[in-house]
Design a protein around this ligand. Sequence first.
Ligand code: CP
Ligand code: NVA
Length: 313
Amino acid sequence: MKDLISIAGLSSEYVISFIHDAIDMKRDGWRNILDRKILALMFEKPSLRTRVSFEVAMKQLGGTTIYLSPAEVGLGKREAVSDVARVLSRFADVIAARTFSHETVTQLAQYSSVPVINALSDEEHPCQALADLLTIYEKKGDFKKLTLAYIGDGNNVANSLLLGTALTGMNFRIASPEGYDIKEKYLKMAQNFAAESGTEITCLREPQKAVENADIVYTDVWTSMGQEEEAELRRKTFAGYQVNEALMKYARPDAIIMHDLPAHYGEEVAPGILDSPQSVVFDEAENRMHAQKILLVRLAGGGEIPMAGYGLR
Ligand code: CP
Ligand code: NVA
């Protein structure tokens, strides 16, 4: 595998071994595996977690990063995406790109001779999904027989998570308002995975039904980056889709609450709910770094994680 553009490009075995590697890496994360490697971070949209977790991951692994901000990039405007990909490939060993259009990150991968990582596009957020799977595994000890309830927009985060749950053997329920469902293309891909792993995917309108006896309750913003002009309409449409104490009563008592962050308090989450003992959102944020270390090692570091001498495994 050269790039990580979509979770759909991974196999169940790849993801499971990835989680185990990430757990090992988390025990001792300072390793000189990516010495002399350079990661180019090219972002068309703002970021806290993705940028910082990639920068810290690279530094702890002995490599270095270069950051290109939204103002500097001009992908497809100042310069053709295909040329940006070919030029950056001459300088960097790996590229992580956050783009508006999924087509842009796909094109970058097509023209780049070095690995390209999708650091969020309008269709997917695969790095987030991998960190989320790591968090679920840590908190629940397994994936099998778990049910994840996703409340809200059938967006980029939902697409990657849906694919990730189907690959790892979890049931996925989504409650979203009409017009904001998961797109058919993602449902179909996930249903193929689910048929193999024997899991169920259920699309609903009522949050309470989705959350009933769920092990994980997940939500994301109602208005994603790039949709700001729809914010007012979305606030009205999604009004009944808030994760709050009343909704959590329908879930299992040991259910965890997840959110990729940033959160909009008073919208998709009630103020205070992410401070409850059920919330794991800050572990989830930290896990972005541990998961991405494995991704960087697998894509840019020859794939080998030297364990000898570290007392691991
Ligand atoms: N969850 C996430 O990707 O956060 P940032 O947008 O801050 O990177
Ligand atoms: N769905 C959100 C995720 C942010 C990490 C967005 O695209 O803005």
